[in-house]
Design a protein around this ligand. Structure first.
Ligand SMILES: NC(=O)c1ccc[n+]([C@@H]2O[C@H](COP(=O)([O-])OP(=O)(O)OC[C@H]3O[C@@H](n4cnc5c(N)ncnc54)[C@H](O)[C@@H]3O)[C@@H](O)[C@H]2O)c1
Length: 455
């Protein structure tokens, strides 16, 4: 029986390995992590992250051919294939701070593999990494040991949080980069055979290893670029009376453009978009490609502008002061169907509102624990309330920051009745019925669309 080990039991490692375990019942899959609490939660069948369908998927294989452990050494020693799915956040110190990837966790994993491997092994880069990182992995793995042969592959993950299980089950494509040598091609083929259990072969792409590494950064950069592009147009719509949704529809029907990722909003978030673009910018700079770096940097700058514009609109519309006013924030997760709050626009919006001395009350169905951690330093300036009705009671304004489906079905007449007047609603996701809310008495301010005001 083949044993697969994964180092890193996070948003990528956990769900990906649960899918492999289900699709390959003849493989033993061991997911390891240094975080004991995370491993205990996975092992108990209660994943430490919220993702629709994940708990059910894990329970199918748990303790049958899917195991979670903090014994990383043993996990590596018993495996023929090791996936490395550790975090690669933006560096906060030293050279490249604020842009380059912090590769310390990744390198540590490489050294653990070198130390504990017992036999020839395929090492799969699952984490998102700067192009040519496999070279560093190769160099570490080739240092000091002649008894074991390692073959490094790049297999970036394209899942999106909120739809991870669907994305893993029916991926648009699986990308496997390898060295262009007989051993590299053999390793690539071994990984192809695993995915081919459930992914059609024409969706499994094999490329050279550098293309694979770079494709992941480029995919995220292109996706984020579409959001920043439409967000830039949303500002122009507000200035001219055009409607950004009508524009998205009109341009999205052009088959060359396509309809996805054209929704204007308060901005993109998540652990990957900003980090991966900044990494691309840093790479371009380090190869002396200043114009390329500047081009992609603007995508992040536009996102900052959009978040900033949203807060400015709240303050301006509310008579230039929110001091002492209760503002209910509906949604703190960076998108619906996840509890993940990393880089969520809600972080900045709440911080800036608190800086304006507003009393911020955050509501979210799955992200309040993470919200408390993100905003811990703000203390009593922010309150946390799972029930949106309670959050809005006595509020001067509601700011919708996550497009949770539940928010569309709330009893808004009841909410309006309990609010201070005039009652404001700022829809940062354009997910509510603005006209109907206006008819109830709200002053409604969406993104890139006409606003409705009784004032
Ligand atoms: N989150 C996403 O949607 C997503 C999608 C595609 C790709 N990625 C990429 O996948 C990688 C992982 O992302 P994530 O969101 O799963 O991160 P995460 O922070 O949720 O999980 C990473 C885990 O690795 C563990 N870890 C770190 N060093 C370790 C070590 N030496 N030994 C054992 N465990 C270790 C951490 O404790 C943590 O639990 C990143 O490179 C990210 O860019 C993420």
């Amino acid at each position: 029986m083949k044993t697969i080990c994964c180092i890193g039991a996070g948003y990528v490692g956990g769900p990906t390995m649960a899918m492999i375990a289900r699709q390959c019942p003849d493989c033993r899959v061991v997911v390891t992590d240094i975080d004991e609490k995370r491993i205990a939660a996975w092992a108990a069948g209660h994943p430490p992250i919220y993702e629709p369908g994940l708990a059910e998927l894990v329970r199918v294989s748990l303790n049958r051919n899917l195991f979670f452990s903090t014994d990383i050494a043993r996990g590596i020693a018993e495996a023929q294939i090791v996936f490395v799915s550790v975090n690669t956040p933006t560096k906060t110190f030293g050279q490249g701070a604020g842009r380059a990837s912090d590769l310390q966790y990744y390198e540590k994993a490489a050294r653990q593999i070198l130390e504990h491997a017992q036999a020839d092994m395929i090492v799969v880069e699952k984490s998102t990494l700067p192009v040519r990182t496999a070279e560093a992995m190769d160099s570490i793995l080739k240092s000091g040991r002649k008894d074991v042969r390692f073959e490094v592959l790049s297999n970036p993950e394209f899942l999106a949080e909120g739809t991870a299980i669907q994305d893993l089950e029916h991926p648009d494509r699986v990308l496997i980069g390898g060295h262009e040598t007989p051993a590299g091609r053999e390793a690539q083929q071994a990984l192809v055979e695993i995915y081919a259990r459930w992914v059609p072969r024409d969706r499994i792409l094999t490329t050279n290893i550098w293309s694979s590494e770079l494709s992941k950064l480029v995919a995220n950069a292109f996706l984020a670029q579409r959001i920043s592009s439409i967000n830039s147009i949303s500002a122009l719509c507000e200035a001219t009376g055009a409607d950004v949704e009508e524009i998205s529809r009109a341009i999205g029907m052009d088959s060359r453009i396509g309809p996805k990722f054209l929704r204007a909003s308060v901005g993109f978030g998540g652990s990957c978009f900003k980090k991966d673009i900044l990494n691309l910018v840093y790479l371009a700079e380090s190869y002396g490609l200043r114009e390329v770096a500047d081009f992609w940097n603007r995508v992040v700058a536009m996102n900052d502008y959009q978040e900033n514009r949203f807060v400015r609109a709240i303050v301006t519309r509310m008579f230039n002061t929110v001091a002492g006013k209760r503002i209910a924030v509906f949604g703190f997760a960076f998108k619906a169907d996840t509890g993940d709050t990393r880089e969520s626009p809600a972080i900045r919006v709440c911080r800036e509102l608190a800086a304006e001395r507003a009393h911020v009350v955050v509501s979210d169905p799955f992200a309040l624990d993470n919200a408390r951690i993100e905003l811990a330093d703000l203390g009593a300036a922010v309150a946390y309330e799972p029930d949106p009705y309670a959050a809005a009671r006595g509020a001067h304004a509601i700011a919708v920051l996550t497009d949770w489906r539940d928010y569309r079905a709330l009893d808004y007449p009841r909410i309006f009745a309990g609010m201070e007047k005039p009652a404001f609603l700022f829809d940062g996701r354009n997910c509510l019925d603005h006209r109907a809310l206006f008819d109830l008495g709200f002053n409604v301010f969406p993104i890139g669309k006409r606003f409705y005001s009784h004032l």
